[in-house]
Design a protein around this ligand. Sequence first.
Ligand code: UDX
Ligand code: UDX
Ligand code: ADP
Length: 477
Amino acid sequence: TNQFATTICCIGAGYVGGPTCSIIADKCHDVLVYIVDIDQTRIDQWNSDKLPIYEPGLDDIVKRRRGLNLFFTTDVDTAINKSDIIFVSVNTPTKKSGIGAGMAADLKYIESATRRLAQVAQSSKIVVEKSTVPCKTAESMRAILESNSKPGLRFDILSNPEFLAEGTAIQDLLNPDRVLIGSLQTPEGKKAQATLADLYARWVPREKIITMNLWSSELSKLAANAMLAQRISSVNALSALCEATGADIDEVAYAVGKDTRIGSKFLKASVGFGGSCFQKDILNLVYLCESLNLHEAADYWRQVITINEYQKKRFIQRIVKSLFNTVTNKSIAILGFAFKKNTGDTRESAAISLIKYLIEEQAQVHIYDPKVEEEQIFFDLIEPGVYSNENQVLHKVKKLVKVHKDAYSATLNTDALVVCTEWDEFTNLDYQKIYNQMRKPAFVFDGRLILNSDKLRKIGFNVEVIGKVAGPVTVEN
Ligand code: UDX
Ligand code: UDX
Ligand code: ADP
């Protein structure tokens, strides 16, 4: 009845669903793509000039296909009914209360999307789990679909975890290391798996599309994120040792990474990893191990998070110690608020815990990030629903925190600048100019190892870098 070969619907217009399904629309003009969400504001943003997420290259793709074979809508039911393949990419945050609070994934959004699907579907569908979920979630989805749908309909559930990283999402989607599709090893399961594989094969080489059983696929996603995070915690644990011994973490990581069995990527010491995935997925894995009585395995993975917390705390302590053991009434510039460069996403960003500590200590905080909106910064620092006296906290944060439009304005008359995010523009600032307008002695704390400390020391800064011993302190009048 229409000119399209296939119709797909993506439930959840977030960081994963939005870019992934926009790429499908761009690569397959004969596929009609609906991206749906219950959040009207988010859908309005997807339909506007300013998309709800910043991701290099995404704007062009969305603008190219929107209104042709790519549609953003809150009409979830209609989109489901028209579609042959349904991607479920709703959020799966860590549970805040109840059994597994603080650890287990909260599956209420997956469940309600699945129930909606069961209720409204008039024909058989392939249902694709895109969100990161605990191993065996497909089983629950199948139970919900089979017991709530019209008789005679079939639902084949596939696991197709997304491995894109924010900031490089488009490149990762266009040229993935692998596409993973898990299914039940039944003839119908394998047929559905082949259908999805054919879709990806429109732009991904066949040898990169790997298929396996459903549970392996679900677990692989958690395993990949846990092992990536573990590399960062390993290098960060070594950075503490470097600071104490005079070894240099960049040199150590370089030497270690040259071993092809280890590899050089993802070994950058930092103020601690953030983002919506690592902590959540490890907690998820820990919870899974605990619930299966595998306590030693749970303890092993839990340690990755312990080291990450330790790293954030160490950096804060180093800042305070260098600033003569008190930051009260000092003025501190924070360069970077996003959890990594090239994204406006702030979820679990190390900058948040650092700034909260500075606020506790009554420091004046001046923040600049190229892509994070002021509103988001205050939202993260105030965290509605957490404090007992929200008005008091709001007042305190508003009084102590100021958000700036550029790095020069943020550093004016401050005692220290702290690099929290590795934005490229921070390496090219005019540090002489910044030094001249700061209070003396002026301090730089590099939480990302991106600045040239020798050059900064020549200008007159006291420079402290993660994973390197403290530089000589030059106190000027
Ligand atoms: C991650 C995974 O990389 C991706 O495959 C998965 O699909 C989702 O989770 P993302 O969280 O978007 O992606 O970003 P990533 O590049 O992995 O960075 C995560 C955090 O680790 C950031 O805070 C980053 O700054 C930090 N990091 C990364 C380091 O501190 N050092 C490194 O060497 C690499
Ligand atoms: C190791 C380092 O590889 C080498 O670089 C260093 O110089 C000395 O220590 P070696 O102990 O000789 O070398 O052997 P290696 O191949 O690393 O294996 C060590 C142990 O790990 C063996 O028992 C091996 O069976 C086991 N192993 C290795 C695994 O169980 N799984 C693997 O994937 C790799
Ligand atoms: P991710 O980083 O996993 O993509 P996001 O939070 O960015 O997560 O996006 C998930 C999106 O899913 C949100 O925009 C949310 O409103 C949407 N969502 C959650 N539940 C449903 C549902 N039942 N139907 C449609 N959209 C949903």
